[in-house]
Design a protein around this ligand. Sequence first.
Ligand code: AMP
Length: 371
Amino acid sequence: MRIAIAGCGQLARMLAIAGWEMGHHFSFIADPGESTDCVNGLGPVVVRHDNQTPADLYEALGYPDVLTVEKEHVSVPMLEGLSDHCLVAPSAEAIRICQHRGREKTLLQSLGIETAPFHLVDDAPSLVDAVTAVGYPAFVKSCEQGYDGQNQWRLRDSAALEALAPQMHALPPLVVEGAVHFDRELSMIAARSVSGEVALYPLAENRHREGILLTSEVPAAEVSAETEAQATQIAHRLLEHWSYVGVLSIELFDEGGSLRVNELAPRVHNSGHWSQDAGVASQFSNHIRAITDTRPGATQPSCYAGMLNLLGRTPDTALLQADDVSLHWYTKSVRSRRKVGHLNVQAPDREQLKKRLSELEAALYPEGEPL
Ligand code: AMP
């Protein structure tokens, strides 16, 4: 099939590499000025411009059978226009909801899925009321364009609120969340095919540094049957609500075994990269399978698997001379804090996995060194 991907970053790269193996052909949509290094050699790139009609874009992309996305910040009118020409998966509507924290949280609430307590605000008095209602610390996040901890403020006390209030006129619509006192952060990667077949990966346990994902491990330790069932129910509810097609990623807070959704991503996710080397169908393969109406492949690894992000770091060769480590390099230039690649590791037991991840982490990020 011919598959077009909106976006030219590392997720587009890994989707195309997985799809090439199955004989699919790719083209990519770049926003003006977007770097296309990651998808070099993987198919033609079309730069979007304002005067383009959906028919022009469809033609320039080589008449794809399916259009998919590697990021949620994609023009919804563009997706709607292209859906007159080909399958758009996930749908423009699912992407529209996930682009906006307010819409996303409102949907989760309407589906009976737990989130942090939240209020939507767009002026200074409602900000003060919302923070007063949720108490300190309060998390204030812009509804749009926030990721990896950007465009959000953690207010510890009323002085921090007073410092933010005068900027309100320049701030975008916000969601104010009460703090969740979670024990750990988990995520679930789910896939649903055009025909409605669903596959779920085991819950991953995620660790962040400076607001950016650093490691993921699967399966998450000590997950009770109730917690597993809650995660499964959340995934099914969302997938069925949208008749979703493709991979949906669900970021979760685990508070004593009870889950709340922090955020959704209508795409493959950094916390699912371990799946490339764990003897299962990777999240990239399963996304391509789902959107081409092929039954999802196996998602339950028989080993313990982990991923360590390369954040502004190139690993030296010695680190890669180990038979349990695989390098995935995105062919980007290296800059501080930038995701430029990741290492996947497999181990026969959890202790060994943790040991290997901490050895790799210590080698790449010596104590106290900033990202
Ligand atoms: P986000 O950009 O929403 O994924 O938030 C980035 C990180 O901030 C999360 O991974 C959490 O560690 C933390 N965080 C966000 N919202 C909350 C909350 N309501 N309560 C506690 N921690 C939070």
